[in-house]
Design a protein around this ligand. Structure first.
Ligand SMILES: *Cc1c(COP(=O)(O)O)cnc(C)c1O
Length: 492
């Protein structure tokens, strides 16, 4: 084992209970004016539990969390070009406004008019951006949106008296696509994209039969390539009585420019936590609204937001064809509010500008880096592109080693080893929020690594060296998984 290989990372920051030392008297919270009389509380609820609240001063607490925030890498630290994830900077104004609203106790809709009006506006904005007829805001993530969409399609097929159980999915798809279909009760069949990286209507036709419920396609796909036969694809599906589901996680490339509804899409989701103003990552919360054409509207989950003739809004619960409830009422409300603020503050021109800039930034980097790295698909791409480690492998340096070296140069690595159709994939999505100077710094960092691979490959084998947790022994870690924090000093 080399010196720089870590088994258990040194504990860099203790937990609050370890920082705690008695006698600081930091819990002298005054009794609230309207304190609840203790005799009103069921005594069984008061017994036995003594919370272990750490005794630390305010400054110790602030420093603890500040130190923790520096151990991690986030978009507020630097560029995070994680392909397919759209790790763009999200304006703080969205957070500020959403923080005032956060959540609302489900109440009589007469008390909820401003919230329902806001959500209704958001539905209309998303319908307009996507070219679709109806929307539900409740799914909690992209994958949850896919599941909701496939349940809707199943319900629609059942209403037509059809038992179709097969969904076709191109080989470039995100891993959530087949799993959502499986959870919704469908069998999935992988279909190969062509040598150029896109699917043709002709090749799709070969896989169609009376059992095909639909096709789940991502557009632009995970190679960043726009599926330009999407119109024909929709036609051959519809001729076969099948539906076209579009995974809209990559809407950041086309919002304000092209609308899935106009391409013949029947049902789709968008990821508000990628495209529309909520940071992605950190475990949530997210939101994956689903949009459908008129034919599928009655199957949308409950409740539906309805505007009455008098202009007031209400929640509609009595729709028998609906697939039912898929989330607690009003979904992840703070994410929905952030999306509304984002869309209204940018406006149609701003959204179009964001997508155009995302595509230009990605194409600049692609032009800058191809040749230095292998570019497996020469097909034009939009907001992201995929390189591979083919050239560097000649020196026995892989994508994994280069991704780790990039951390020492101050960047989060791109997405690696995905999509699966490219061996040793390096998938870069810079997004529209990086400046030209930052793109250039990233390109220089990638060039530096490629140069090191040529001149001194061994120097790259134990990266990273400058991060809070240095190079770890992955095989050891995989065999000796430690997933929980132990209070024991040795942390084992
Ligand atoms: C991110 C992503 C998903 C899944 O979205 P989650 O919100 O993570 O569930 C699905 N498809 C594509 C193409 C994605 O990029």
């Amino acid at each position: 084992m080399s010196k720089s290989v870590t088994h258990f990372p040194e504990i860099i920051e203790p937990v609050l209970n370890q920082i705690s030392s008695g006698g600081k008297n930091t819990r002298n919270v005054p009794a609230p004016f309207d304190s609840v009389p203790l005799d009103d509380i069921d005594s069984s609820l008061l017994e036995g539990i003594q919370p272990e609240i750490p005794d630390i001063s305010e400054v110790e607490c602030v420093r603890h969390f500040t130190r923790l925030s520096r151990l991690n890498f986030g978009i507020d630290h630097g560029m995070y070009p994680l392909g397919s994830c759209t790790m763009k900077y999200n304006p703080k104004i969205c957070e500020k406004i959403a923080a005032r609203i956060q959540t609302i106790h489900p109440a009589d809709s007469s008390c909820m008019q401003p919230i329902l009006a806001s959500l209704h506006t958001l539905e209309n904005c998303l319908k307009e951006v996507c070219g679709m007829d109806a929307c539900t805001l409740w799914p909690a993530a992209g994958a949850h949106g896919e599941l909701t969409g496939m349940m809707i399609i199943k319900q629609a097929l059942n209403a037509r008296g059809l038992e179709r159980d097969k969904v076709l999915i191109p080989d470039t798809a995100h891993g959530t696509n087949p799993s959502s279909c499986a959870i919704a009760g469908f069998k999935t069949q992988n279909i190969p994209s062509g040598a150029d990286g896109y699917l043709t209507a002709g090749s799709l036709k070969e896989h169609l039969d009376e059992n095909v419920a639909g096709l789940m396609i991502t557009n632009p796909n995970t190679l960043g390539i726009f599926e330009h036969e999407i119109g024909e694809i929709a036609e051959v599906l519809h001729e076969n009585g099948s539906y076209l589901y579009m995974d809209g996680a990559n809407m950041n490339a086309i919002m304000g420019i092209a609308r899935p509804g106009d391409m013949g899409v029947d049902c789709m989701h968008v990821n508000l936590h990628k495209t529309f103003g909520t940071p992605h990552g950190g475990g949530g919360p997210g939101s994956g609204p689903v949009l459908v054409k008129h034919e599928l509207e009655k199957y949308l989950p409950l409740p539906r937001i309805r505007q009455e003739k008098d202009g007031n809004f209400s929640l509609r619960w009595n729709i028998t064809e609906s697939i039912g409830i898929i989330h607690s009422t009003l979904g992840n409300l703070s994410v929905l509010i952030k999306a509304l603020v984002y869309i209204l503050s940018l406006g149609p021109e701003g959204l179009r500008h964001a997508s155009t800039t995302a595509c230009i930034n990605a194409n600049y980097l692609k032009a800058r880096l191809s040749g230095i790295f292998d570019l497996p698909f020469a097909t034009p791409t939009l907001h992201e592109f995929v390189l591979s480690d083919k050239l560097q492998k000649q020196q026995n340096i892989t994508t994994m080693e280069m991704a780790k070296a990039l951390m020492d140069l101050g960047f989060h690595p791109p997405t690696i080893y995905f999509p699966l159709v490219v061996p040793g994939a390096i998938m870069v999505e810079p997004t529209e929020t990086e400046s030209f100077d930052e793109l250039e710094r990233f390109a220089l960092a990638m060039e530096t690594i490629a140069e090191q691979v040529r001149s001194d490959p061994d120097s790259l084998r134990h990266k990273p060296e400058g991060t809070p947790v240095e190079h770890v022994d992955e095989v050891w870690a995989a065999r000796n998984l430690v997933l929980t924090w132990m209070m024991d000093e040795s942390n084992t």
